[in-house]
Design a protein around this ligand. Sequence first.
Ligand code: B3K
Ligand code: ZN
Length: 876
Amino acid sequence: GQTIKLEDYRATDFVLHSVAMTIRLFEGRADIHTTLELERRKGVDAAAPLVLDGDELTLTGLALNGTPLEGERYDASPQRLEITGLPSDERFTLDIETTLVPENNTKLMGLYRSNGIWCTQCEAEGFRRITYFLDRPDVLARYEVRIEADRSAAPVLLSNGNPAETAVLPDNRHFAVWDDPFDKPSYLFAMVAGDLDSIHEQFTTASGKPVSLGIYTERGRATQAGYAMDALKRSMVWDERRFGREYDLDVFNIVAIADFNMGAMENKGLNVFNHKYVLLDPETATDVDYAGVETVIAHEYFHNWTGNRITCRDWFQLCLKEGLTVYRDQEFSADERSATVQRISSVRRLKAHQFPEDQGPLQHPVRPTEYREINNFYTATVYDKGAELVRMIETILGRDRFRRGMDLYFDRHDGDAATVEDFIACFEAATGEDLSRLALWYGQAGTPTVTVTEDYDAAAGRLTVGFKQTLRQGTAGTGTAPVHIPIRFGLVGPNGQDIDTASVHGANVAGDVIHLTEPEARVVFENLSERPYLSVLRDFSAPVALDHPQSEADRLALARLDPNLFNRWRILNDLVGAALTTASRAPSPEIQAPLTPEIIDAILGSAGDESLEAAFRAQALALPGEAEIARMLAENVDPDTVHAVVEAARRGVGKRGAALFARLHADRETGSQFSPDAESAGSRALASAALGYLAAATGDFGPAADQYAAAGNMTDRLAALTVLVHRFPDTPASTSALDDFYARFKHDGLVIDKWFAIQATIPSPGAVEIVAGLASHAMFSLKNPNRVRALVGTFAAANQLAFHRADGAGYRWVAERLVEIDRLNPQVSARIATTFRSWRSLEPVRRDKASATLRQLLELKDLSTDLRDILGRSLR
Ligand code: B3K
Ligand code: ZN
């Protein structure tokens, strides 16, 4: 494919007014008849042809204003339909007929079948796999859709908008017509047909409009959709309260599908979901799964305003809907659960996925300026860093002024295909604030570093704090201008209370935020009676790497005292991360005790503090992951050493905290009642963390085996199984639990994904042979993205030891699978290939093996554009 550039944007030559579709579904075939009402745009050359996008299409009919077109008037290929001689200044209709085979569509883009269910996925460029079209997000039109199918195979027929008509046809067939009153781009089109179960509820919006809510599942699984329905209603209420946004159609439907390329899709009025983000019950789903369902349901629902009512002008503006909607779902979770714990988990995610992307060859700005394959830009940078940029706007403006800007955005741009500039202009217009330095963030790749220095003059009672921002030019080459970095801060006194900072001068300080807009700044605090502890970057107020050479004593004090709980966690986590990074660089004797007793006591202090939420205490116990330490090392990474260091740290914490962990584990609730609420989930997380440390410290599998045997829910069961399989592989306790787990759940692919993933992450070099064996297991399938991600994706992303095995066997195994997956589903192969992105930071032996693997892959013929793009950029 060729490179698409932001600077080349221009509107279409033809304006689309309406779309009418008839979709006829048969076994082995779908016939699509589309009627487009079009008009040449004013000022466009009367001879300019109409060029429509296609992808692997077969044209079976073409008519202009009802008359079939002569062959010399058009040129059709599977990828494109060009028509000449169209009217120059009047509306005209085009009738386009195509035929396809949904059963053969393994890319899961366009119209395909999942366990017999007909369904569609159109974002970003899937609609062109159904019919020839102006398949781009700035072409908005009203759609009327008629679906015809066999009544037994597909009693349920769904599309966007409101239901208009249904009737029975001869030959046991029937049809349904759906009418979407809101103009939309083609990527939001959806259609589902099948033999589905469902649950239904009624919702009344704040202004009294009734909405019928429906969740559709495969037969026999609708009983697992109750929590998703509950999350949907809570999301609808929240968006009314927090942003004044009401739902706008008579119906809102969700369909849960087994074969899906990502999490879910926000099609107007008809969200289609990977069933992993809908179906739950305590026996088969963990607390993490419950939180995931809640987040994804909210995210897709919130898109109705941020994405659908206001969409994107072009795909470069993807963050306009994604970053904003992630910000909104994070805020929802913060309000529904614990704000501090929610922020900790968002920041963990940012550091685990976005930081490495931004610091390696796949880096790109939140708003890219060019792409070859847009599907490769649904990234942590667009989503999670995009959300951080919106959060910074909120931090800079404050909650109320932020809301005013959002109100103006909805007001001004409802019905538009908008840009990032439009979005920012609304906040400037609503508040008078200059956001030009904030806007620069959207165009520059890389993680800025903020360096903080402190100078305390005891005699004068004065603390001078210096700030410096730096951004290294990376592979994307997108500039390094200073940006607006809001730094939330506090000065903490020895009693753990924030000291009044009224007497401050120097840089721009407003309330508890320092606004860093220049390369350097200085802030001076006067009238201090003693030296305070400086707590910066509270709540992670900017997505930066912080270089704040604070003494260990100061950090330990803040980890104990900081009234900003997020920073208590962050400072402790940074301290642990720095210790593990140092130990990973040091010679081996150090590995025995990478954490000082003081650091361990700080961890144990948080974990044992009963005045804190259990979920927070569990976060305090979660050590930085091996990939995170590798990222901090930045060069010459030896994953074996990193693993040994983390293991030694885990043993050290486990030994010193043995009594606490025994108590926390013994105190866990073991009753049969399961509630997925955040507080109960937090208690389970704390008990599970304790179990892990107990096993690490004692080498005794007994408590884990007991917990597995007695488990009343999947959260406790999986926690116990993980300890058994990861810490005691090849023992009878481990193998019998693994077999038991398989026997219990072998009918349920979603649970078997956990069974695959747990084995794919066994921290042992032999995991390469284990995953190789599992790839020929009867339950494994290269065609189901969830299964592929569970085995291949998890192995490559989360098994640092085995994926990076020094002999290159891990790389080779993944590369072989990538070639197989790529033939079926390029989006999935391209995504998994990103696990190679940090190859340059490895020690030389592995670095050579990883890059050789990438180069060999890139030499293969017939690779998809998707995979080729990732491999090529990874090697740059
Ligand atoms: N908008 C979709 C993602 C579509 C991905 C296409 N490759 C889901 C979401 O972010 O809500
Ligand atoms: Zn989204």
